[in-house]
Write a protein that binds this ligand. Structure first.
Ligand SMILES: [Zn+2]
Length: 123
């Protein structure tokens, strides 16, 4: 299979393989890009899935998730260096862990309160 003939945003050649019988990869092929853009404008499936998934995240993490999703797209098209996405993902992972610790702390406190109330009733 032939390599994609497009250049990435930083000017280096795209390293992906061209689509069969085409000169560019799926991320650079103008016809596919136009179709993907039309689908996004029409409120495509990806947008609604992302919106639905975002509702299950704590409000504070929604912006983070959306930035990561955009960054993944940008790495794919060559606009963003993959190392920056790796750094962003590491930062996001640390933030999520802090949230998890916070949630566990609240749950442990609620359980302690229940246990203490239970022992009062028994006494
Ligand atoms: Zn390409």
């Amino acid at each position: 299979m032939n390599p994609c003939t497009a250049s990435r945003a930083d000017g280096t050649p795209c390293k992906a393989r061209a689509l069969p019988d085409r000169s560019m990869c799926w991320a650079h092929d103008p016809e596919l890009q136009a179709r993907a853009q039309a689908a996004r404008k029409a409120g495509g499936q990806n947008g609604s899935n992302a919106a639905r998934a975002a509702r299950y995240l704590p409000r504070e993490l929604r912006g983070l998730a959306s930035k990561l999703i955009d960054a993944i797209d940008e790495v794919h098209t060559g606009e963003l260096d993959h190392k920056r996405l790796t750094a962003m993902a590491a930062g996001a992972s640390a933030v999520v862990k802090l949230y998890e610790v916070g949630e566990l702390t609240i749950e442990v406190q609620e359980l302690r309160n229940r246990v203490e109330r239970g022992s009062q009733w028994r006494a």
